[in-house]
Design a protein around this ligand. Structure first.
Ligand code: SAH
Ligand code: SF4
Ligand code: F3S
Length: 472
């Protein structure tokens, strides 16, 4: 077991605290104590929140969607862009009146944003009604921290700087009964010059492959139909282990688990994406034909300034190889517009790359300066207004391409995991390529959570509509 793994004795100590919290709450609150947990940011945060909720369940909490009836309000925050942070500050500010009405309600903040010292200071000084603030490296200590808040009534700030830990064996309360997030590694070593993640999430650390595979096996046994493997850069999985193994190998081992389920994974970093991985994907029948491969910029000078450590040519070569091995592969990506010093001509290289690859969809962002990162202090002469124009230009191109791509799906049949029903009665899910597909169905309660075959009949730019053929 790696030295980064939290000792079982410590986890047992936390279990004891969980029981003590339970006792305190039973004495104070008539009926079951209720927690409102809201998660911002990426799937990594969602997976953390599922563990937080697991621990809260052990402490006797049930969950509510209403802040007004909550005895505990917890926000798991994201620091990726300024806009994300502003939203959190706004929503935290709104809790002041709730705390006034119900002083017994504990207000807690955690996640990436809190791991930045200037944010924690601001909360400490200007948001005095916040009771508990904890960072990304002490999530497993929630029972102890909550116990302190409940018993002393004083504010608790637990924000150690660390390269990060791995806490195995925490209880998990999953949001879905058929789709599961499975973190395979934490942290990031890449230090892309614009990005805050390595500063708030610590260094890359991989979970033990046996543990990951047995969690996957357990999920399949429980009836989960889709497992998404998570990491900031899954392609570097296993390199830090005492017995290194590759992501391809892990993928194969999970693919070998018996059962009817699909495997997705994110995020792949182009610098570590290998032909071996693409070959493995092609040979694993359970791996969805979808690759999320963020390119960020199509211009080599900008990529270098971003510290991405690949070139446009290398990216396009990978895409070509992936298409050759998996002609039906669906590619999606992340893009940043308006990186400091980017010119309109350089931005055009991003547009041409988008056209060349033909992405199914894109997550598009305007550069947001993050304090503490190298790009924060780079010269940034282009106005926000100008960047907005470029951004809209890019969206138009992508809309055109997405429309062409979805049109090509008409007439094909997709194996779809039915996920939910909307107000208009459509059931929706996603194709293997991660395109949302909706269809009418007489017995939604029977199909939701199961695979169905759907024939695509109509394309609507970003999503498609279809007809249910069979319950698979
Ligand atoms: N680990 C993943 C990305 C995680 S963050 C990868 O390397 O691909 C998700 C996306 O947010 C990034 O891909 C990037 O496009 C965007 N992003 C990160 N920092 C940003 C910033 N400072 N401004 C704008 N977008 C940013
Ligand atoms: Fe951020 Fe780069 Fe790490 Fe992705 S790989 S999380 S963009 S530093
Ligand atoms: Fe946000 Fe942290 Fe994820 S900054 S995107 S929640 S790793």
């Amino acid at each position: 077991m790696s030295e980064k793994t939290v000792a079982q004795a410590e986890l047992q100590r936390q279990k004891n605290y969980a029981e003590m919290v339970h006792t305190v709450l039973s004495a104070r609150i008539s009926g079951e104590p209720k927690a409102f947990v809201h998660t911002y940011g990426c799937q990594g945060n969602v997976a953390d929140s599922e563990r937080i909720k697991g621990m809260l369940s052990e402490m006797g909490y049930t969950f509510t969607e209403s802040e007004d009836e909550a005895d505990l309000i917890l926000f798991n925050t994201c620091a990726i862009r300024e806009h994300a942070e502003d939203r959190v500050f706004g929503n935290v500010g709104a809790l002041k009146s709730k705390k006034k009405k119900n002083p017994g309600c504990v207000i807690a903040l955690c996640g990436c944003m809190m791991q930045q010292s200037q944010v924690a200071e601001r909360i400490k000084n200007s948001y005095r009604f916040v009771d508990l603030v904890f960072g990304t490296h002490v999530v497993h200590k929630l029972p102890e921290m909550l116990y302190k808040v409940l018993c002393t009534g004083s504010r608790v700030f637990e924000l150690p700087q660390s390269d990060g830990v791995i806490a195995e064996g925490l209880p998990v309360s999953r949001d879905s009964s058929f789709k599961a997030w499975l973190p395979i590694m934490y942290g990031c070593n890449n230090f892309c010059s614009y990005c805050i993640v390595p500063y708030v999430r610590g260094r890359e650390r991989s979970r033990d492959p046996e543990t990951v595979v047995s969690e996957a096996r357990e999920l399949v046994k429980q009836g989960y139909k889709e497992i998404t493997l998570l990491g900031q850069n899954v392609n570097s999985y296993g390199k830090d282990l005492p017995n290194p193994i590759s992501f391809s190998e892990l993928l194969k081992r999970i693919n070998d688990i018996e059962g009817d389920f699909i495997i997705r994974f994110m995020t792949s970093h182009p610098k570590d994406c290998t032909h071996e991985l693409l070959d493995t994907m092609a040979s694993c029948e359970k791996a969805a034909r979808h690759l999320h491969l963020p390119f960020q910029s199509g211009n080599n000078r900008v990529l270098k300034e971003m510290n991405r450590r690949y070139t446009r040519e290398k990216y396009l070569e990978l895409v070509e190889y992936a298409k050759e091995k998996m002609p039906d592969i669906s590619l999606t990506s992340d893009v940043i517009v308006g990186f400091p010093g980017e010119t309109y001509e350089e931005f055009q290289d991003t547009v041409s790359l988008i056209r060349e690859v033909g992405f199914t969809s894109l997550f598009t962002f305007i550069f947001s300066p993050r304090e503490g990162t190298p790009a924060y202090s780079m010269d940034d002469p282009v106005s926000a207004e100008e960047k907005g124009k470029w951004f809209r230009e890019m969206l138009k191109v992508q809309e055109e391409i997405a429309g062409e791509r979805t049109a090509k799906l008409v007439g094909t049949t997709a194996k779809v995991l039915a996920e939910e029903q909307d107000e208009k009665g459509y059931v929706s899910g996603r194709t293997g390529g991660n395109v949302i597909i909706r269809f009418k169905c007489d017995n939604p309660e029977k199909v939701i959570g199961n695979f169905v075959n759907v024939k695509v009949t109509n394309a609507l730019t970003w999503i498609v509509e279809g007809e249910l053929i069979s319950d698979n």
